[in-house]
Design a protein around this ligand. Structure first.
Ligand code: ZN
Ligand code: ZN
Length: 253
């Protein structure tokens, strides 16, 4: 039987509020941990030092709400390594082309016990039988990677930040997913000309058109009532829920 657990660590943007953090999800599969983004505040939900064992940190793009806590994780790896608790480097995956300065800031941090890997369009890595693949939908304001975690039993997609201009490609990437963790930055009432994010209503269309089994909404405005996002997504897709910090989802097969 295979089992994968997904724990939302951060579901709001661009700032933290009360018990809500900026974007981050922890996927646990066998003994591997995969942190999908590393936004401000997420470290308070991680169990140190255990989380550092077999930890893969993926930063989807260099908007600060998605990597605000990376320095804390790096420094924790450095301290626990020096204490003899952590013997294997954590792995950090970073977009290759964009924002060289930020990459340099992260990679050149010497107080860190980590190794670094590039993400580029359509690149992928394998953690034993789990494949992790990346695609830039080229619809966000900067280079930003969607992530697909896939083995023989599961296909899970984390959209990170995406916009509306390449919606067909987005549907294609999410095709038949068991779970889509989808950004839904806007409600209909926010309707601006901002095409760099999608609405909860559009997230519902995405899940329906891609024939997904389950939809988890995230990336909310901190001041909004989350039930409004749920309501708008439900107009297009029934099996949808709101991501909540600490509320773990377990997929089994
Ligand atoms: Zn962004
Ligand atoms: Zn964002």
């Amino acid at each position: 039987m295979s089992k994968i657990a997904i724990t939302p660590l951060g579901t709001v943007s661009p700032y933290t509020k009360e018990n809500m953090n900026c974007p981050g999800f922890l996927a646990e599969y066998n003994n591997q941990k995969i942190l999908l983004d590393c936004g401000n505040g997420i470290t308070r939900l991680l169990k140190f030092p255990k989380v550092l064992e077999n930890l893969n940190v993926i930063i989807t793009h260099y908007h600060k709400d998605h990597f605000g806590d990376i320095g804390a994780i790096q420094y924790a790896s450095y301290v626990y390594h020096n204490l003899g608790t952590l013997n294997r480097k954590i792995k950090i995956y970073l977009p290759k082309n964009d924002f060289a300065f930020n990459k340099k800031t992260i990679v050149s941090n010497n107080e860190s016990y980590a190794e670094y890997f590039d993400i580029s369009d359509n690149s992928n890595y394998s953690l034993k039988d789990l494949n992790i693949s990346f695609q830039d939908n080229k619809s966000h304001s900067i280079e930003s990677y969607m992530i697909k975690l896939q083995n023989k039993d599961f296909k899970i997609v984390y959209t990170s930040d995406v916009g509306t201009i390449n919606f067909d490609k987005l549907i294609e990437f999410c095709k038949d997913a068991d779970l889509i963790i989808c950004e839904s930055s806007f409600l209909k009432k926010h309707s601006t000309n901002n095409k760099c994010h999608i609405t909860a209503y559009e997230a519902g269309i995405l899940a329906s058109e891609s024939n997904a089994k389950r939809l988890l909404l995230t990336h909310f405005w901190p001041e909004e009532d989350k039930n409004l996002y749920l309501k708008e997504a439900k107009q297009n897709y029934e099996n949808v829920e709101i991501a909540k910090e600490g509320k773990k989802i377990i997929l089994k097969r």
